[in-house]
Design a protein around this ligand. Structure first.
Ligand code: GRF
Length: 208
């Protein structure tokens, strides 16, 4: 007997910190806006508040710290085994602050989704919002942005873009104002991008 594919996609969400984007996904799953369920949340930081958010939502909350003696590839291999044990359709990097090697990524081709608080090609890496704000103050940029993209390889914050949105910066903004505006857009754009993925009937290759 053949079984029909489940209409609900399994998500494993990797986090490092506060987890407000994880919360947006949990809320969208709970409300039915997103036809998905978060089946595990994994942090590389035991103190990440996102783990508490997962526990409150009755989602397995795990942390995996990289041991000093462990190579990046050994850590990523263990992490891939753990993630695979939850059988996710999609792995979402929602504030995950470690670069993943091909040891991990090759286990999940076209299945890893990253959120980054900058537009494609602008401000890759950490502290993107602070750097965009400083660049605005120097008159070098007029706006910031958010993108959600697939992670095909070890490039930092690069890959096929699923969604992007310009975020304005205003002359009287403080960094805190801008961060709040960025977060609000992130939460909406991440859910929208995941909706597009879980609802898509097209092969993932078509998204490239
Ligand atoms: C977000 O700005 C995300 O784009 C960046 O880290 C932040 C995580 O925020 N990579 P949160 O943990 O989801 O609140």
């Amino acid at each position: 007997m053949t079984s029909l594919p489940s209409p609900v996609s399994n998500l494993v969400v990797l986090i490092s910190g506060h987890g407000s984007n994880l919360q947006a996904l949990l809320d969208a799953c709970a409300s039915g806006e997103l036809q998905a369920r978060v089946v595990a949340v994994i942090s590389n930081n035991a103190d990440a508040f996102g783990l508490e958010r997962a526990r409150r939502a009755n989602v397995p909350a795990l942390h995996r710290l990289k041991l000093p003696i462990q190579t990046r590839r050994a850590y990523d291999s263990d992490l891939a085994d753990l993630v695979a044990s939850y059988h996710p359709e999609w792995i979402v990097l929602a504030g995950w602050m470690r670069l993943l090697t091909s040891t991990f990524l090759d286990c999940f081709p076209n299945r890893v989704v990253n959120l980054h608080p900058a537009l494609p090609g602008a401000f890759p890496g950490a502290h993107a919002v602070e750097r965009a704000f400083a660049a605005y103050r120097r008159g070098e940029v007029t706006h910031a942005g958010i993108m959600v993209h697939l992670v095909p390889d070890e490039g930092m914050d690069t890959g096929p873009v699923l969604a992007q949105e310009v975020v304005p910066i205003h002359p009287d903004d403080t960094l805190e104002c801008l961060e709040a505006r960025m977060h609000a857009v992130e939460h909406r754009l991440l859910v929208a991008a995941l909706k597009q993925l879980v609802n898509s009937q097209s092969p993932i290759a078509d998204l490239r």
